[in-house]
Structure formats: structure tokens, C-alpha cells
Design a binder for this molecule. Sequence first.
Ligand code: PGA
Length: 240
Amino acid sequence: MKIIVVSDYERMSEEVAKIVQAQIAVKPDSVLGLATGSTPLGTYRKLVEMAKDGLDFSQVTTFNLDEYVGLAGDHPQSYRYYMEQNLFSGVNIPREKTFIPNGTAADLAAECAAYEEKIKGAGGIDLQLLGIGSNAHIGFNEPGSEFGSTTRLVDLAESTIEDNSRFFASREEVPTQAISMGIKSIMQAKQIVLMANGENKADAIWATVLGPVTSDVPASVLQLHPFVTLVLDEAAASKL
Ligand code: PGA
């Protein structure tokens, strides 16, 4: 595990954007695994700036980690909407190369299996971006998720519903289920970059880096991956 600690959120975002830029430079048709939430917003802003300066997404394919069950792509809290607003509309990526699980599919199990197949069909993920939950979830792989898990329907942890309620009008509106890539789907990526900022992530980062590898701390599995970089601000790294 390589750990980069920077002063603040801006620097963290720059650092991660530069890793994405380098990935696309060496492989223009890269397959990127993308994350949502507050943490990657700065990275996506930087990538949009880089795209204005010529960073070319025309051959890139993307797979998002997860999507809420029950929210259509035009719902402002859906992750499809988030990606459209924060990245896709600002770069020249063809929409047919952007994959996000469909949380309104009639057959959710079939949707999950098909998603996993699409990742395989694209040749696997070259670079997977991750945030981390305060409970150390990655994607929506909550504590207890099996390391062998692939894309599937998951129940959100109470703490996740609480954390994400800030984006919804009320806690009751937060979906309780999602489709999430599994731990195995994430671990199959060739390179993984996990970013975290803020003191509320410090315990999760400590457990991820220095704690035992256990499904109670989903991100701790990253200790077993050969090519992982953590990009942290000082607050998130404060307990290391
Ligand atoms: P956040 O979420 O970036 O909004 O803190 C991270 C996550 O849950 O993975």
C-alpha cells in the first residue's frame, strides 16, 4: 500500500486527478472504475478542467461502483445523475461507454449479473477510484460483506443511511438498498486509488491500514492488493 498524505482536500483532489490523467495518457482506452459521494467531487472538477485543456476521454470506458435501488437516472440523488452533473457533461466521453447499475431494473439479480459480465467484457478495470465510508465500506460493501462478493443487491447499513441522509430532504427518503459492485469485483481492478479527507474518516483509515484484514472493515481487504494508493488529507491520516 502506498500512502500519500497531503495538506488538504484541494491537494488530495489534484493528486487523484493526476493519477487518472496519467492512466489515460498511458492507455487512452482505459477502463475506469468510478465512485460517488462528496469525496471525489474535487477530483471530478479537476478532470473537467484537464479535459478543457485536452485530456481526452473519447476512448475511455467507465463503471460506477454502485447505484441506489429505486432511483431512476434522472432522480437528482441517483448516481447516474451525479455522474452526469459532475463529470460526464464536462468531458468528451461517449455516454454508451459509461456504465452504472440500473437501480430500477425489473430483475435486479439479472441486472447485477449482467453488470459483472459487462466489466469482464470490457477487459476489467484498469484504475478503480474509491471513497470510504465512516464504517470503512467501499462501494456499498458494508461491514460483513464477503471478500468473494461480486455485483449484487445490498442492504445499506444504518450508519450509511444516516451519513447519506444529508443529501435527501429527510432520512425516510434515503433508499435502504443499492446495487453494488462486490469486494471481489473491486479487488480485480489492476490499480486502486482510495481517497479520504476529514477527521470523520480517520478511524476508518486507521483500521484500513493498520488493523487486521477482516470483513468487519471492508476496506482492510486492500492490504492484500498489489497496487493500491491511498491519497489522504492530514485530517484523515491523523490517526496513522
Ligand atoms: P463520502 O462517501 O465521500 O460522501 O464521504 C464516501 C463513501 O461512502 O464511500
